[in-house]
Each structure stands twice: as structure tokens, then as C-alpha cells.
Ligand binder design. Structure first.
Ligand code: FAD
Length: 466
């Protein structure tokens, strides 16, 4: 394999390729809590789409698995290399090519981070409103996972904001899909097919993204509830009430204790109320004027009170920012306290209270705790699982996934299937649907070189011969 890696370096130029000891451990894994990673035989770090295409043509010829990597912040093992595979890392394709204020569009290289895009968009009074919690994540990674995040309740997820893509195919050709326009009725929608395909159909090299005006006024409410089901039950009323919240997050008591301790913040809520609280709802409203925000805040507070909130606290701006950031970092709190998996099942918003009751019953059955928080406005939970024994963990996870599906949901709302959840996906998904997805994969990637073993179990006959 080392001679193959050396031949790749010879084809692409040594500056584009890391081999041997030059490959850092970071390239072997993402942030997922699943089994440990795998070192690739080479890491290609292209500056240009041409180098991406040459890499894919070379990999096709030699039947070498190719795994794309953005910032490696994924949570399901999606960018873990395959044995004897190579990584294409987009860390050097970081140009913001255009912020087109008239069309409300950004055109960016795949390796641009969310943080960098939003600094550039803000200079023109705009924002890319999809906010998955980790701003170092790349737009290429966001597209590949159809990333969501806290603001999806108002703005939707990545697929609602991608207007077009440039992508490199497994054959080494490039395609452009969509464009700066907001509608199309011109053949199959390849943009939407590539979004969420986790690097298994094509490598995204550029994205054309829809921006929205940056609203500069906001207010943050925090409401304690006696039960988690009650907190989740208030959400549909909040949304149907017309407030149009920017985010509606639930945080259970144990998670709130962990994230506030980790961030060193105090909620300023009396101890006797905290003692009776099983869950909190964190609600942010935003608007063009302070008056409009005041009006919506009153409305939201009233709805929360009518639906069982013990109180409604309006947080000062700095405390609000700290709490939202602490909630975004809840994954690190779970990891630090020994979580072995994070589950991101999504169910219809109104089924969230039922799902939460099912989770409690599953925790009792498996004699464990399953704390969490999540995007309540989207019916999307983030549950921390603490089970070290692999067989017991499998049984517990399977129960959590099945309960979600029985309520009309799916096993991942935003993190993806990756390699860590493919066993459950293969066991629970409709076989006719999986067979169709495999045929689509084959049409895009005839030799099966693109992230094989991600989403699906590997199938030998679909792989190229080395
Ligand atoms: C603290 C924390 C909070 C998070 N919060 C959220 C959240 O709220 N919502 C959410 O949705 N996610 C969240 N995530 C998960 C993660 O940030 C997202 O999955 C993100 O989209 C991954 O981007 P990345 O650049 O790190 O991709 P990577 O992890 O590098 O890759 C992810 C997948 O995309 C593929 N890929 C990467 N780049 C390309 C490309 N150019 N072309 C084709 N395929 C590619 C990889 O092969 C892999 O399958 C969080 C992660 C952390 C650590």
C-alpha cells in the first residue's frame, strides 16, 4: 500500500499529499463516540477541484476507497477512512468566492467553515441561518450530512438553503447543479440527492447558498417545567401561536446541571424552583425591531405559562448567549461524563412527549439513565447513552431507534448514519428502499470507491478490485 500512496503523490505532486508519518492521528476519526478510527494510506489536501478530480480518477483506476473530510466534527463516524483507503481533506479549499447581496446568495468552496461564512455574510447585513452547533464545521460537511441545528425550527436545515453545487464524481468528472436561482423544474434534482449522501455519491467542491437578512433584535426566555413531557407538550402551541421562534430547545435537569457546571454559569433561578424542575424550555425570538420582539416575547411567555411552565424568565443578553453556547457544547459535557453514544432520533414534533415517555420506559428496562436535550421545535432529541457493554448498548440503542420509528420518526434527524449507525439503519429500513438507494449509489459510483461502508453495510460485489 505504501507504494500505491507514493504513486498517488507522484501523480498529484508531493505538496498535495501526506503519506506515512506525516499523516496526523486527527485524520483517522471524527468526533463520534463509536469504535476508534482507522489511519488512511494517504491524505490528499487539494487547493483546486482539478486535484480532487485527478485523485478520484486515480482511485477509480486502482479501486481505492476515498473518504471526504471537512473539519471532522461529524458525530457518526462518517469521515473515518476505510482500511487501505485515502482521505480527501478540504482544509485548503477555503475561499468565499462571492457574497452576492442582491441575490442573497453566497458561493463558497467546500472547506469554508460556518464561522468564516457568517463573518463575511454579516458584513453585508446577511446571515447563513443554518446553525449546527459547531462553527468550525465546513459547508461541504454540512451539505454531506444535511446538518440541522438549533435554528431549524425557524429556517429549516441545510437542504433548504443550498441552491446549487459543484461536485466531483467518482469517475473524475465534475458537475454543476442548480445555481443562484430559487426555483427549478428542470429534470431530476441532483442538488437534493447529493445533500445528505455522506460522501457516498460525489465529493462536493463548491456550494451556492441562500442567505437571509440578519435580524439584530432578539430576546431569550427560559422556562422550568415539572415534567419533561410537559415541556415538550408546550412546543406545538408555541409554534402554532404564530411566534415564529428562532429556537426552541429542551434541556433536561441532568443535562442542565452538566452544561452549567461545565460553563460555570448560574441560571439565577431560585433553588426551590430548580428542585421541582425536570426540564427547561429555552426559547429565543428574533425580529427586525425591538417592538416586534417585545410583542412576540409577551406572546411566547403567555403560551408557556398556559402550558405548564412554573415560571418564565427573560434572560439578560450575556446570560442568554452563555446558555445557548453551553447548550451547543452539551455534546462535550456528555462525552466528559462518560457517554458512549449520542442518539439523535427525530419524531413528529407533536409526538415528542410520547417519545420521551418511551425513552423513560427504555431507561427503566435497561436499568440506566438516558439524559439529554434537543431541538424540541423539530422533535429532534439528543440523548446520551452510558453503556460500556457492546451487546447491552446495541439492545438499548435498538429500542430507542425502534421507539422513534414506531412514532413515525427516523433514526437520525441531523447527524447522519455514518458507519456508527449503519447496522441499525440496515436492520430497520425498508429493504426495497435500501435496494433503490444502492442502485442510485451504483449509478453515481460504479466502482464503489466513495466512502464504502457508510450508510450501508459494505457489499463486496459493488467494490472495485484493487
Ligand atoms: C459540539 C458539536 C455540536 C454539533 N451540533 C450539531 C448540530 O446542532 N446539528 C448538526 O446537524 N450537527 C451537529 N454536529 C455535527 C457536525 O458538526 C455536523 O455533522 C457537520 O455537518 C460536520 O461537518 P464537518 O465539516 O466537520 O464534516 P466531517 O465530520 O469532516 O464529515 C462529515 C461527513 O461529510 C462527508 N464530507 C465532508 N466533506 C465533504 C465534501 N466536501 N464532499 C462530500 N462529502 C463530504 C464526510 O465524508 C462525512 O461522511 C455537532 C458536532 C459537534 C462536535
Amino acid at each position: 500500500m505504501s507504494s500505491l500512496a507514493a504513486s498517488l503523490a507522484a501523480v498529484l505532486g508531493a505538496d498535495n499529499v501526506l503519506i506515512g508519518d506525516a499523516i496526523g492521528d486527527d485524520y483517522s476519526h471524527d468526533e463520534g463516540l463509536g469504535p476508534h478510527g482507522q489511519m488512511p494510506i494517504a491524505v490528499v489536501r487539494p487547493y483546486t477541484v482539478d486535484v480532487v478530480c485527478h485523485t478520484l480518477a486515480w482511485a477509480s483506476e486502482h479501486g481505492i476507497p476515498v473518504t471526504a473530510r471537512g473539519a471532522g466534527t461529524g458525530l457518526c463516524g462518517g469521515c473515518k477512512p476505510r482500511p487501505n483507503g485515502i482521505v480527501v481533506s478540504f482544509e485548503r479549499m477555503q475561499q468565499i468566492l462571492e457574497i452576492d447581496a442582491d441575490n442573497h446568495v453566497a458561493v463558497v468552496d467546500a472547506g469554508v467553515s460556518l464561522g468564516a461564512l457568517n463573518v463575511a455574510a454579516a458584513e453585508k447585513g446577511l446571515v447563513y441561518p443554518v446553525f449546527p452547533g459547531e462553527t468550525s464545521a465546513t459547508l461541504g460537511g454540512n451539505v454531506a450530512t444535511n446538518a440541522g441545528g438549533m435554528r431549524a425550527v425557524k429556517y429549516g436545515v441545510t437542504r433548504h438553503h443550498v441552491l446549487g453545487l459543484e461536485a466531483a464524481l467518482a469517475t473524475g468528472e465534475t458537475i454543476k447543479t442548480g445555481g443562484k436561482f430559487v426555483k427549478t423544474s428542470t429534470g431530476y434534482d441532483l442538488t437534493q440527492l447529493i445533500i445528505g449522501s455522506e460522501g457516498t455519491l460525489a465529493l462536493v467542491t463548491q456550494a451556492t447558498l441562500k442567505l437571509v437578512p440578519l435580524l439584530r433584535h432578539s430576546a431569550t426566555l427560559l422556562s422550568p417545567f415539572r415534567t419533561l413531557a410537559q415541556a415538550a407538550g408546550a412546543v406545538p402551541a408555541l409554534i402554532v401561536g404564530g411566534v415564529g421562534p428562532l429556537l426552541v430547545e429542551y434541556i433536561d435537569r441532568m443535562t442542565m446541571l452538566a452544561i452549567t457546571a461545565q460553563s460555570g454559569i448560574s441560571l439565577g433561578i431560585a433553588d426551590e424552583i430548580q428542585a421541582k424542575t425536570e426540564a427547561y424550555l429555552l426559547v429565543v425570538v428574533e425580529g427586525r425591531t425591538a417592538e416586534r420582539v417585545d410583542e412576540d416575547t409577551q406572546l411566547a411567555g403567555g403560551i408557556l405559562g398556559e402550558h405548564g411552565a412554573m415560571d418564565v424568565f427573560m434572560l439578560p443578553a450575556s446570560a442568554a448567549t452563555q446558555l445557548v453556547e453551553a447548550r451547543e457544547r452539551s455534546f462535550w459535557a456528555a462525552k466528559r461524563t462518560g457517554a458512549t453514544e449520542v442518539v439523535d432520533v427525530v419524531v413528529p414534533r407533536a409526538s415528542l412527549p410520547s417519545y420521551i415517555q418511551r425513552v423513560r420506559a427504555i431507561a427503566d428496562k435497561h436499568q440506566t439513565m438516558i439524559p439529554g436535550c434537543g431541538h424540541a421545535g423539530d422533535g429532534n432529541v439528543h440523548l446520551a447513552v452510558f453503556e460500556r457493554d457492546a451487546d447491552k448498548r446495541y439492545a438499548l440503542m435498538r429500542d430507542l431507534f425502534e421507539a422513534g420509528r414506531e412514532l413515525g420518526g427516523v433514526i437520525s434527524g441531523e447527524h447522519g448514519v455514518g458507519v456508527d449507525k449503519r447496522r441499525y439503519y440496515m436492520e430497520l429500513e425498508d429493504p426495497a428502499k435500501v435496494a433503490l438507494l444502492r442502485r442510485i449509489k451504483k449509478a453515481f459510483d460504479p466502482k464503489g470507491i466513495l466512502n464504502p461502508g457508510t450508510i450501508f453495510e459494505e457489499v463486496e460485489e459493488s467494490r472495485g478490485s484493487p
